[in-house]
Write a protein that binds this ligand. Structure first.
Ligand SMILES: Nc1ncnc2c1ncn2[C@@H]1O[C@H](COP(=O)(O)OP(=O)(O)O)[C@@H](O)[C@H]1O
Ligand SMILES: [Mg+2]
Length: 239
């Protein structure tokens, strides 16, 4: 029986990729076959004449997901804009049914599939659909990554409130993507437990050097058991 979850964030650049990679490694260590997906990635650099989706490639490497990159990342875009706009500028038509089809294929090959959104929850994916709508289309619960800065309580509560209107929310991971400097950052974990609106499922410390070895250790900072327990099995999967 396969299952999956959708990693979103309170903003872009909050640590979704780092947290997804750490979770993938932790799940792999538990003996699970882990698939990853980055349905749409913008801001891809050109390498040898081809767009190179950095998040998708990183997640593929860290998870050991052997699926083809065309399933892991069906849409890659050059401009560092929200996918809907980058796609419009670049003449790419993003199709939710195609993303769902790729996801279903990944789900059939793995025990669990971790899907990383682009930007925050309401970042536009196509004209009338955001990341939130994509999570609904994939029938996946949401894990919210929050950046530990002053203001994170509001950002998290907003994201969780809007997410819950359409999907289940597994919880929140608080990520220190910048060094702790203020009183607020020291108290934010406790504050999120009171006001975040969803369980706090981990706190990732800041590291100036985010090496592969370091990311492998980060799984210990996540409540993997609680995440696994809360993730429902997919209805349509073979495993
Ligand atoms: N715990 C951390 N310690 C240090 N730097 C971090 C940490 N988490 C994220 N970063 C840095 O912040 C940036 C954004 O992280 P990333 O995971 O790519 O965010 P997102 O996927 O949400 O866009 C990256 O450059 C990464 O190196
Ligand atoms: Mg990312």
């Amino acid at each position: 029986m396969s299952c999956g979850l959708f990693v979103t964030g309170t903003d872009t650049g909050v640590g979704k990729t780092i947290v997804t990679a750490a979770l993938a490694i932790a799940l792999r260590r538990r003996g699970l076959c882990v698939g990853v997906m980055k349905p749409a990635e913008s801001g891809c650099p050109l390498e040898q004449g081809q767009l190179s989706p950095q998040d998708a490639l990183f997640l593929k490497e860290m998870s050991g997901c052997a699926a083809p990159l065309t399933l892991i990342n069906p849409y890659r875009l050059a401009q560092a804009l929200t996918p809907a706009l980058a796609a419009e500028h670049e003449g790419v038509v993003i199709d939710l049914d195609h993303i769902r089809d790729c996801y279903d294929q990944l789900a059939a090959m793995h025990d669990i599939v971790l899907v990383e959104g682009a930007g925050g929850l309401l970042a536009p994916l196509i004209d009338r659909s955001s990341m939130r709508d994509l999570a609904v289309r994939l029938e996946l619960p949401l894990l919210v990554v929050a950046r530990n800065v002053l203001g994170v309580i509001n950002h998290t509560a907003l994201t969780v409130t809007v997410a819950r209107q359409t999907s289940a929310v597994l919880g929140v991971v608080l990520n220190n993507s910048v060094p702790i400097e203020q009183a607020a950052e020291q108290s934010n974990a406790a504050a999120l437990r009171r006001w975040g609106g969803a369980p706090l499922l981990g706190q990732i410390p800041y590291s100036a050097a985010l090496s592969r070895d370091y990311i492998e250790l980060l799984g210990a900072e996540l409540d993997v058991a609680a995440i696994l327990q809360a993730v429902p099995a997919s209805k349509n999967s073979e495993r």
